[in-house]
Design a binder for this molecule. Structure first.
Ligand code: 6R9
Length: 635
């Protein structure tokens, strides 16, 4: 038990040292004491970053839902597992107990089975933040099907791409979804997507908004009547520790999104252990993570991590601004939230509204505050600390990625002294390294480099679905024997890390990773566009907003630029989703390129950010003359 709940800084250092000196025995002890295995492993860890291949707890057998549900029934059967807070504050919250969850997951899993879903099949889940989303993924896990959740704000084209890439045979969706005062026709988006997805033969539809929708005979079925007829008992399928649990897509710096594949055993162990420590979770806490389950944060820290600890986890359907900007605080007060985990973009949006909404609410239940998704700026950090936590609730600035499965660099509350904008220390078992541009590790403190991880941890993604070569190229080729994160970081004099942002072509807008390539591809589909380049520029609320530089084809005609801007954003909305819309579009005669034809985004980024005092080395540019023109016309 001793290593499972770390309570002070000295203990952190002790446990940390133990975890890196002998990772195998450390993780074996955690795995043995705190989880339910049908059969123990033959080997704790085997790995080779050159191939790359990582295996944890090989030979072990388990089902993750037995760990997240069944084993709590005896002691926590009547405890709330999922506390659902609907979009409309007038609609009653739902308390789903562990016993209810057990029956609901079994029923859903029986329906999936009856519809022909078997172990290893891929099921796409395209649902809003309603309890069925959590139940659906657990039902997949119960029978060994691999879930692929697609965020229900993505467009039909983005959805179709993901369905086809994973070769899903079923889609689970709803008639519609609520977002504040709006409702969205989710089923319509699915119908459009499925015109291009020949492999899908079944669509299960949850009734939520009760809007009129098309039901395609033979393909589409309402879920509820099927659940009503299904048994609420089902023996979980026994899985290997290394069997895939889910696929989750993340943007890359080129083309197709990457379907990150997570395993069963290692993912369970790491998400549960991090959840317990990073949030200092105690039995009667009410924990709320505001993320969407469509992102990794929701997978690991709304569903699997909390449920593996028998926690009460809140699922919120709505948005922070509806019915007004006090909604989050309303929920904190109403449910006496103890841990609150959100994103810097939400903090900035709420901070902009001042403290009037906060002052009318009792936030005294809060013990720990968390942030994730992008670097948090100093102002937002202090606003959160002063007004939400009243300087009594430590802020855990948690750095991690879809690829890492769980939190990697973070303070441990009440142990690690926090420092604004610093994610602070590596979590237990995590061995970071900062690398210079020549591929050498920068040792010592006060370093600035590219963040890599030297040694595998249990929840590292095992591959990219259907493209192991890309997995190798993206994460294991930049530095020998290292996992490369794509982020830059600083390390201070006490060894604290500060993540400075992406060093590749991914831009984080409101906490969402957007690859530049797919957006540029979308823009280039406009018939008058010749070329484009996207960069991020600082934005008060979103963190970064998108700035597009677009060159037009020579047609001799003059074009209305405002109309073109609208049309370009329309294409982006259709292909990727409204998240990826550009805030500014500048039309230009040329884009700065290197002799090898690579667009020099570094320069475009500086111009968009109005930081042109030092553009750096432009000597390798093929067409330096376009830089002045771009600077003269910057928006
Ligand atoms: C969990 C998640 C991953 C990227 C990551 C980094 C950025 C996440 C951060 C942070 C600074 C933090 N990021 N947390 N940057 N401080 N606390 O967000 O996963 O959507 O895959 O994004 O987000 O750039 O590389 P994902």
């Amino acid at each position: 038990m001793s290593n499972y709940h770390i309570k002070h800084l000295e203990e952190y250092y002790q446990v940390y040292r133990k975890s890196v000196r002998n990772p195998e025995s450390f993780w074996e002890e955690i795995a043995e004491e705190h989880f339910l295995w049908r059969k123990k492993w033959d080997t704790v860890l085997s790995w080779d970053f050159k191939k790359p291949e990582v295996k944890w707890f090989e030979g072990a057998k388990l089902n993750i839902t037995e760990n997240c549900i069944d084993r709590h029934l005896a002691t926590r059967g009547d405890k709330t597992a999922i506390l659902f807070e609907p979009n409309d504050p007038k609609e009653a919250a739902q308390h789903i107990t562990y016993k209810d969850l057990y029956h609901r997951v079994n029923k859903f899993a029986n329906v999936l089975k009856a519809k022909g879903v078997t172990k290893g099949d891929r099921v796409c889940v395209y649902l809003p933040m309603i309890p069925e989303l959590a139940v659906a993924i657990l039902a997949c896990a119960r029978i060994g099907a691999i879930h692929s959740v697609v965020f229900a704000g993505f467009s039909s084209i983005a959805l179709a791409t993901r369905i086809n890439d994973a070769d899903c045979k079923m889609v689970i969706t709803s008639d519609g979804s609520y977002r504040g005062a709006k409702s969205i026709d989710l089923k319509g988006i699915v119908d459009e997507a499925l015109e291009d997805c020949k492999g899908v033969n079944k669509v299960l539809v949850v009734k939520r908004t009760k809007s009129e929708i098309m039901m395609k005979a033979g393909r589409d079925e309402w879920l509820q009547p099927l659940l009503d007829d299904a048994s609420d008992e089902l023996v979980a399928t026994v899985m290997d520790a290394e069997d895939p649990l889910f696929i989750l897509y993340t943007s890359g710096s080129t083309g197709m999104p990457k379907g990150m594949v997570h395993s069963t055993g290692g993912y369970l162990v790491y998400t549960a252990y991090t959840f317990k420590n990073v949030f200092q979770y105690r039995e009667n806490d009410i924990y709320w993570c505001t993320a969407d389950i469509g992102w990794i944060t929701g997978h690991s820290y709304i569903v699997y991590g909390p449920l593996a600890n028998g926690a009460t986890t809140v699922m919120f359907e709505g948005v922070p601004s509806y019915p007004d900007y006090g909604r989050f605080w309303d929920i904190v007060e109403k449910h006496k939230i103890t841990q609150f985990y959100t994103a810097p973009t939400a903090i900035r949006a709420l901070a902009k509204e001042g403290v009037t909404y906060i002052d009318t609410h009792d936030l005294s239940s809060l013990k720990v505050l968390g942030t994730v998704g992008e670097p948090i700026n100093e102002e937002a950090w202090h606003w959160y600390d002063d007004n939400v936590g009243k300087r009594k609730a430590p802020i855990v600035d948690t750095w991690w990625q879809t690829e890492t499965g769980g939190i990697m660099i973070t303070p441990i509350p009440f142990c690690t002294p926090t420092k604004p904008t610093y994610a602070t220390l590596p979590f237990i078992g995590i061995q970071p390294a900062l690398m210079d541009e020549n591929g050498k590790e920068i040792k010592g403190d006060q370093a600035d480099g590219r963040l890599c991880i030297k040694f595998p941890w249990p929840s590292i993604a095992r591959t990219i679905w259907g493209n192991h070569q890309r997995y190798k190229d993206t994460y294991f080729s930049a530095y020998e024997n290292m996992y490369f994160t794509g982020d830059g970081a600083l390390r201070d004099e006490v060894g604290y890390y500060r993540i400075t942002g992406r060093v590749d072509d991914v831009i984080i807008v409101s906490g969402h990773n957007l690859g530049t390539a797919p957006i540029e591809d979308a823009i280039n589909e406009h018939p008058t566009v010749s070329e484009s380049a996207i960069v991020g520029f600082p934005h008060d609320i979103k963190g970064n907003a998108l700035y597009g530089y677009v060159t037009l084809k020579e047609t001799g005609e003059s074009r209305n630029h405002d109309n073109l801007r609208k049309e370009i954003n329309q294409i982006i909305t259709e292909q990727i989703g409204p998240i990826a819309k550009l805030d500014k579009i500048q039309f230009t005669n040329g884009l700065p390129k290197t002799r090898s034809g690579k667009i020099m985004r570094r320069i475009l980024r500086k111009i968009a950010g109005k930081d042109t005092s030092n553009l750096g080395d432009t000597s390798t540019l093929l067409n330096p003359e376009c830089v002045q023109e771009i600077m003269d016309n910057v928006l």
